[in-house]
Design a protein. Structure first.
Length: 155
């Protein structure tokens, strides 16, 4: 039996899944749509930025305001990173690999948003280092820290 048929059968029987949450399933569906769009599109910066800005526009405040400011920070600090969406979230890639991303608090009903880095980011320092940061709001201090981290990530 296929996974889809099993899911449909469980839904019809009234059983709930003990696996992924509704938000996680929505993120996976969003990512599948993104992959199909990337395969059809001629990958260029303008298309990625258009998709990213459209996603940001869909966000409720304060996530939208924070995402707009982060977009400006990342674009200025690392102009070589390409804006794109990644699992329905704003992200920035180098050579097709996501370096950093923003997870809005509203995405998973969290109490804070997250700005994170993937393993392609050049942040290695010793045997342990942080790869994501909780954000409640952006002040000049957080903006300066993020700018420095993004610059280091692409160095």
């Amino acid at each position: 039996m296929s996974a889809r048929k099993a899911t449909e059968k469980a839904a019809a029987s009234g059983k709930t899944s003990k696996g992924f949450t509704a938000e996680e399933r929505a993120a996976m569906r969003e990512r599948a749509r993104e992959l199909k769009a990337e395969a059809r599109a001629s990958k260029n910066r303008a298309d990625g930025e258009r998709d990213l800005l459209a996603k940001i526009a869909e966000l409720p405040d304060p996530d939208r305001t924070m995402a707009e400011r982060l977009h400006a920070i990342v674009t200025e600090a690392a102009p070589d990173l390409w804006p794109k969406t990644w699992y329905g979230m704003p992200a920035y890639a180098k050579d097709g690999k996501v370096v950093c991303y923003f997870t809005p608090a509203s995405k998973f009903n969290s109490r804070y948003a997250t700005f994170g880095f993937n393993d392609d980011a050049n942040l290695d320092e010793g045997a342990m280092w942080p790869t994501s940061f909780a954000l409640k709001k952006l002040t000049r201090a957080e903006e300066a820290t993020i700018t420095a981290l993004v610059k280091k990530a692409v160095s």
